[in-house]
Every structure is written in structure tokens, then in C-alpha cells.
Design a protein around this ligand. Structure first.
Ligand SMILES: Cc1ncc(COP(=O)(O)O)c(C=O)c1O
Length: 395
């Protein structure tokens, strides 16, 4: 019998990977499938990393991130979310994806389960599968009749999924793919429940500053939790500063994990690339704040373009996202989002992610959706939408 864990052998490519492999890198395709803008990382960040390389920053560095970087992250949390998070609670293990894995490593033993608010980005639940967790989902519900239409979290449904083997509730807000943003009251209810039941919260806040209501940050669990609550907050440089290829993000955790985190971060990757840390440090400057505002305006413009497109459309609709940079588009009559996304790439030269990717195969509801990223050049976004439009008209 193979010693390899069945939970590893059962892992298969998710729908985003399978669709994008059909056309990745082909110049005539408009790629709206990944969670990234088409902007190159701003020059002042690239220059900082180049300078670091030229100055010889090519060695191992602190495995949880340089102290200057962790201090700058502390300041960032203060000015965006208004919370003071001690540096002993901040670790920079590598990308946010690795921060998710690190949080799960702290919590999961075989047979434990994680309850996730879905639809949710597949790499998150695949990471949970890889560490041996059983997956449970509490799907947000569409309220199409609300003014405006919105995604609604049924807290009773979420809590009913939890049992004695539940180690974590995973909430991504603002959400990928929906843009749903948890309210302070919803977060408080989840925190109260989790405290009572001895369940940790993993809060993915990588889109925390990409919100359209004029605030500097979406409600954060850090604003209501005590330091020693079993709370892990995931964050990333990827989205606000157009740094997806840099593979750097961070994790806020309880202070009691100060020393264990040193060890886990050494064991996992011995930290992010040293020169990337210098780039990240530059991103946390006033210039970085200005870039973040520009990025938010670019996303707002992208969101407006999608809204305008949908206003004139009777077969595609969305729940306008409160945050993040995705359009989760529901197409009338669509029952196989993977086949449709495949057709869009191969025959219409536009790359989208199939809705089915954002949950397990048997989860009802996602297969009538496609996800696009609207953090794009306006002309290319319009062209991408018009290709989707042409394909839909022929169905
Ligand atoms: C919700 C969410 N968390 C984490 C990540 C990963 O971020 P990183 O690029 O830092 O690994 C993504 C990327 O799409 C995401 O959407």
C-alpha cells in the first residue's frame, strides 16, 4: 500500500488552472481569469528591490520577515484598519497562500474539519485538503430582490456546519469571487460563537483595503478580537500593490505563537526572498499609499464598466461587489460553467474562470457563474466583455 496520504492523491487541478492551461500566454487572448491587474508593479517598488540586489541582499534573512518590514506592517494596520498589532503577532512567511497553509498547519490534525464561507477561491480549500482537513461549506445566498441585490450570510447555517471536530471557520471578506463583505455585526457573531466553541477563525483579508464605500478598510476581525483570541488574519502585497509575482504576504496570529512561528517559518521556507522584502518595505511608504488609491480608482472604474455592460444585458447579471476586484457573473440558463469557460477561451479568445471552481463539484449554485477580474485596462476590459457578450448571444 502506498504511504502517500489519500488526501494528497485525490488532489486535482481546479477549474481556473484547467481553463487557463488552454490558452495561457497566447497573445490574442484577453486574460480575465486570474486575480491580478494588468499593471506592472510600480517603478518605486521595483527600484527598491533592484537596489537591494545591487547592495548584495542575496542572503538568508529573518524567516518571519525583517524587523523593519514587520514594524512597517504594524504601522500599516494602524493607518488602514486603526488597530495596533504588536510585531510579535506579525509573520511574513512568504506569499499569502503560504500564510493560509501556515495557519492551517497550526490547527489541523487528520479528521478535523474547516468550515468555509463559500463561494471561495479554490486554492484555499485545496490547501485545507492538502493538510488533511475535511471541508465543509456554508454558501452565501443570493438575494436578487434586495435593493440592491446582495449576497447574504446565513449565520445559523454556518454554525450548524460546526461540530466537535471543527478547528476553524474560514472567512474571506471582501470575498473572492463574490466581493461580499462581512459586516461588523456578522463578524462579532462569528467571533462570539467561535470563542464559545473553542474554534479558531481564519480571516482572509487580502482585499481588506479594496472597498468601494470610501472607508480605508473593510471591517476586520482584528478590530473586535483580543490578541489572545484564536484568530489568524491573512494578508498580501499581491493585490493592492500589483505584486502577484513577488510572492509576499503576511499573517497576524496570537502572540503566544511568537516562538513557534519562528520555527514554522524556518521550516516552511525560511522566509520570503530577501530582495522582495525590500520591495515590500517600499510598498508600505506614502508613495505606496498613493499607488493603492490609484489602484482602487482603477478597480472602481472597472467595476463601473462591468455595471454599464450589465445594465444593457438581459441574460447576464451580478450582485455588484462591495469589495475586491471580481465580477461574479451569472449567465441565464448556464449549467456547465467549465464547458462555457472552455468555449470562451478556445473560440472567443477571452479567459474567464468557471464558477464551479469556487466550491466542491457537488456544491449547488456556482455552475451558473463565471468570474472575471475587472482590475484591467478599460479598453481591454470592454473588449473582453464584448467577446463574452458575443458568445452568450450565440447560445
Ligand atoms: C482570497 C485570496 N487569498 C489569498 C490569495 C493569494 O495571495 P498571494 O498572491 O499573496 O499568495 C488570493 C489570490 O488570488 C486570494 O484571492
Amino acid at each position: 500500500m502506498s504511504p502517500i496520504r489519500p488526501s494528497i492523491l485525490s488532489l486535482v487541478h481546479n477549474g481556473i488552472g484547467r481553463v487557463s492551461s488552454l490558452g495561457l500566454g497566447q497573445q490574442d487572448i484577453i486574460p480575465l481569469w486570474f486575480g491580478e491587474t494588468d499593471l506592472v508593479t510600480p517603478a518605486f517598488i521595483r527600484e527598491a528591490a533592484k537596489r537591494a540586489l545591487d547592495d548584495g541582499a542575496t542572503f538568508y534573512n529573518h524567516a518571519r520577515g525583517m524587523m523593519a518590514l514587520r514594524q512597517a506592517l504594524r504601522d500599516y494596520h494602524k493607518r488602514t484598519a486603526g488597530v495596533d498589532v504588536g510585531v510579535e503577532r506579525i509573520s511574513v512567511p512568504g506569499a499569502a497562500t503560504l500564510a493560509v497553509v501556515t495557519a492551517l498547519q497550526c490547527l489541523i490534525e487528520t479528521g478535523d474539519n474547516v468550515v468555509m464561507v463559500s463561494p471561495i477561491w479554490p486554492s484555499i480549500f485545496q490547501a485545507a485538503q492538502a493538510v488533511g482537513a475535511e471541508l465543509r461549506f456554508a454558501r452565501l445566498e443570493e438575494d436578487w430582490h434586495g435593493t440592491p441585490a446582495r449576497w447574504r450570510l446565513d449565520l445559523d447555517k454556518l454554525f450548524a456546519q460546526c461540530d466537535a471536530r471543527t478547528k476553524a471557520i474560514f472567512v474571506c471578506s471582501p470575498g473572492n469571487p463574490t466581493g461580499w463583505t462581512a459586516s461588523r455585526a456578522e463578524q462579532q457573531a462569528i467571533l462570539d460563537f467561535a470563542r464559545k466553541r473553542g474554534i479558531a477563525i481564519i480571516s482572509d483579508e487580502v482585499y481588506g483595503t479594496l472597498v468601494y464605500d470610501g472607508s480605508t478598510h473593510a471591517p476586520s476581525f482584528l478590530q473586535i478580537a483580543d490578541p489572545e483570541d484564536d484568530l489568524f488574519v491573512i494578508n498580501s502585497f499581491s493585490k493592492p500593490w500589483a505584486m502577484t509575482g513577488w510572492r509576499i504576504g503576511w499573517l497576524v496570529h496570537p502572540p503566544s505563537l511568537d516562538e513557534p512561528m519562528d520555527v514554522i517559518c524556518i521550516a516552511n521556507n525560511t522566509g520570503p526572498a530577501t530582495f522582495a522584502q525590500y520591495g515590500a518595505l517600499a510598498a508600505l511608504s506614502a508613495e505606496g499609499d498613493r499607488f493603492r488609491s490609484e489602484m482602487l480608482e482603477r478597480c472602481r472604474a472597472g467595476r463601473d464598466i462591468v455595471q454599464k455592460f450589465l445594465d444593457g444585458h438581459n441574460r447576464i447579471r451580478w450582485i455588484k461587489p462591495d469589495g475586491a476586484f471580481y465580477g461574479f457573473l451569472q449567465v441565464e440558463g448556464l449549467t456547465d460553467s467549465f464547458a462555457y469557460a472552455r468555449d470562451l477561451v478556445l473560440n472567443h479568445r477571452v479567459g474567464v474562470s468557471p464558477g464551479s471552481a469556487f466550491g466542491l463539484d457537488d456544491e449547488v449554485g456556482n455552475d451558473s457563474y463565471l468570474r472575471i477580474c475587472f482590475a484591467q485596462d478599460p479598453e481591454r476590459l470592454r473588449e473582453g466583455l464584448s467577446r463574452i457578450e458575443q458568445a452568450t448571444a450565440h447560445r
